[in-house]
Structure formats: structure tokens, C-alpha cells
Design a protein around this ligand. Structure first.
Ligand code: 3PG
Length: 211
């Protein structure tokens, strides 16, 4: 089995923010990925929330320097599909056992979703030490992560859900946060407008966040 923790930690080391991407036209995939990589965010989470998401993953995977993963994995079939499309890591909003089984079976590096101490401990027992804390703001935000850090110092998090350019520095300053995720860098309206310059600017600002 691949060393999931080392792989995910390496991804987290590449940039402080993982852009969460929703694209509904495959023609936008390559210019979007290029803008994000140019701006300094090479690790991309493409959500499985649109019909063309698998095609988007396939296209983005051809962009030099991009590390393309798939988000919103909810079923074992999703795991098979995204690997076939070329995703090199997965992200889940939550972590039911059957989904985690499928990911381990397929050897796909995973940022598994957790929002409580029990979920985090269950994942740690299965070998995952870097988790997506989701939905971060709604599930207790900074206070919750500080609370989890005391009894669970061996677990690190990538908070996602309600993270913004404004509150990201507070998350990134926590010792148990390795990076954060968010959709503000490439929101659908900017993607649909083809405003790659603005997306690149947002990526550059996110990439420069201290941690
Ligand atoms: C996710 O899929 O991780 C979240 O929907 C992203 O949350 P945000 O839109 O609040 O950044």
C-alpha cells in the first residue's frame, strides 16, 4: 500500500490552499488548471458535482505541474471512476466504512472527511493521519480544531467549507492544520466568464498566505 500520510503531506507542502473546483464545461478545464498553476496552486480538487467532472479531471491531468485529485467521492464506484480518469488523490466529505474500504483497496491516496473526534479517531485507526475537516466553519471552525488538537495531536487537518482569504490565516496558524481548501479562488461565475486573470490573481494571493 502507498504511504497515504506521506503522499498527502507532500501535497499539503506544495501550497497552503487546495482550490475546490466545480466546472460544468469541459472546455474550461485546461485554461482553469493553467491559471491556478500559474498562480502558485498546483494541487487541484475537482468535485464530482457536474456531469463532466470526470472529463475535467482527465483534461486537467494533462496540464504540466498540476496535481489533480477528485473531490466529493461518495460511493465506491466514484473511486473506480476517478482513478480511471487520472485522479492521483481523492477527497471525501465524510468517511463511511464502505467508501474507505474501496479507497484502500484501490490504493488511492485520500484526504478523508471528518467532523468529529470519533470520526477522526476511526480514520486514524485505519491509517489516515491527515484529514479533511468538513464543513469547517459549520462544524466548529478554529475552536473545534483547537479542541481536537489536545487529545489527538497525531492528526492533522485540511479545513474546508466556509474558509476564505480572510479567515484562512487563522486556520493555517494552527499547529494541526497542514493546508486548507476552498472554492473562493475559482468560483463558477468567474470560470463561466473565463476570467482566468482574476482566478490567477486569487490563486497568487492564496499561495502567498503564511503558515
Ligand atoms: C467542499 O466541497 O469542500 C466545499 O463545498 C467547499 O466549501 P466552500 O465553498 O465554502 O469553500
Amino acid at each position: 500500500m502507498i504511504n497515504d500520510t506521506a503522499y498527502i503531506r507532500e501535497l499539503a507542502s506544495l501550497a497552503p490552499i487546495i482550490p475546490v473546483i466545480v466546472v460544468d464545461d469541459v472546455a474550461d478545464a485546461i485554461p482553469l488548471a493553467k491559471a491556478l498553476v500559474r498562480g502558485g496552486l498546483p494541487v487541484l480538487e475537482v468535485t464530482l458535482r457536474t456531469d463532466c467532472a470526470l472529463e475535467v479531471i482527465k483534461a486537467m491531468a494533462t496540464v504540466e505541474g498540476a496535481r489533480v485529485g477528485a473531490g466529493t467521492l461518495v460511493t465506491p464506484q466514484d473511486v473506480t471512476d476517478v482513478i480511471e480518469a487520472g485522479a492521483t488523490f481523492g477527497v471525501t466529505p465524510g468517511s463511511p466504512a464502505a467508501l474507505v474500504d474501496a479507497v484502500l483497496e484501490a490504493n488511492l491516496p485520500l484526504l478523508p472527511g471528518a467532523a468529529t473526534a470519533t470520526e477522526a479517531m476511526t480514520l486514524q485507526a485505519r491509517g489516515f493521519e491527515v484529514l479533511k475537516f468538513f464543513p469547517a466553519e459549520a462544524a466548529g471552525g478554529i475552536k473545534m480544531l483547537k479542541g481536537l488538537g489536545g487529545p489527538l495531536p497525531g492528526i492533522s487537518f485540511c479545513p474546508t467549507g466556509g474558509v476564505s482569504l480572510e479567515n484562512a490565516p487563522d486556520y493555517l496558524a494552527l499547529p494541526n492544520v497542514v493546508c486548507a481548501g476552498g472554492s473562493w479562488i475559482a468560483p463558477l461565475d468567474l470560470v463561466k466568464a473565463g476570467d482566468w486573470d482574476e482566478i490567477e490573481n486569487r490563486a497568487r494571493a492564496a499561495a502567498a498566505l503564511p503558515r
